[in-house]
Design a protein around this ligand. Structure first.
Ligand code: CA
Length: 230
């Protein structure tokens, strides 16, 4: 049974979401402030986190930053903040998705489920895990879910990992942002297109010698992105 930690100070929201997840046999724990959330995170060991940004005692952004220093657990931000810079900051810090309030519990639930399914697939699926992907710089061991950059282990968020695997399995093909959203996030209509841009930038920072002049993950102007291997 997957465990969901909901970090949110609006009781109505935690109640609605708790009902939703519990009905589907998920185990739910709630935290109503940022400081308690970190304690809950250690104790409850969630498989997925739903995180509000405006929280008492410790801001959601700080909670995100602290959790990401030690864990790659999937995190969905649920926030009333609608500005692009808030979204980009959260995604930059390693959030997997960003859902704006007001929100549909049904859609949020579907996204959480899809995110968990994809994360679990990477951990559990024996067929998927057999291959090793590599080039001169990067080696991905899918069995252990480990990425080596020039022989050094580098950590990637679940979505960064999936996006990198997708690119390396489809070399020299051009993809639009929408195609990448569909392939990696699974749904394209309610995810901000910034998500792809931010993840591409973060991948480049981790894998490219010069992120502004990428060797592997290249921009095809006016179309999208392409993983280039000769
Ligand atoms: Ca709040």
């Amino acid at each position: 049974m997957s465990k969901i930690l909901i970090i949110e100070d609006e009781k109505e929201i935690t109640e609605v979401l708790t009902d939703y997840f519990e009905l589907e046999n998920y185990q739910v724990s709630c935290s109503w402030d940022g400081a308690d959330a970190l304690v809950q995170f250690e104790k409850f060991k969630p498989d997925l986190i739903i995180l509000d940004l405006m929280l008492p005692y410790l801001d959601g952004i700080d909670v995100l930053r602290i959790i990401r220093q030690k864990s790659q657990v999937p995190i969905i931000i649920l926030s009333a903040k609608k500005r692009d810079r808030d979204k980009v900051l959260a995604l930059d810090l390693g959030a997997d998705e960003y859902v704006e309030k007001p929100f549909s519990p049904k859609v949020l639930f579907a996204r959480a489920k899809a995110l968990l399914r994809r994360t679990n697939q990477f951990i559990k699926s024996p067929i998927h895990n057999r291959a090793t992907l590599e080039n001169e710089t990067i080696r991905i061991d899918e069995l252990s879910h480990t990425i080596y950059i020039n022989g050094q282990i580098q950590s990637f968020s679940p979505k960064e990992y999936e996006l990198l695997v997708y690119f390396m399995k489809h070399t020299n093909q051009v993809f639009t942002k929408v195609q990448l959203l569909e392939a990696v996030w699974g749904v394209e209509d309610f995810i901000d297109p910034n998500t792809v841009t931010v993840h591409v930038r973060k991948l480049r920072e981790k894998i490219e010698v010069c992120p502004t002049k990428p060797r592997w993950l290249q921009t095809v102007w006016g179309v999208g992105y392409k993983w280039v291997e000769e």
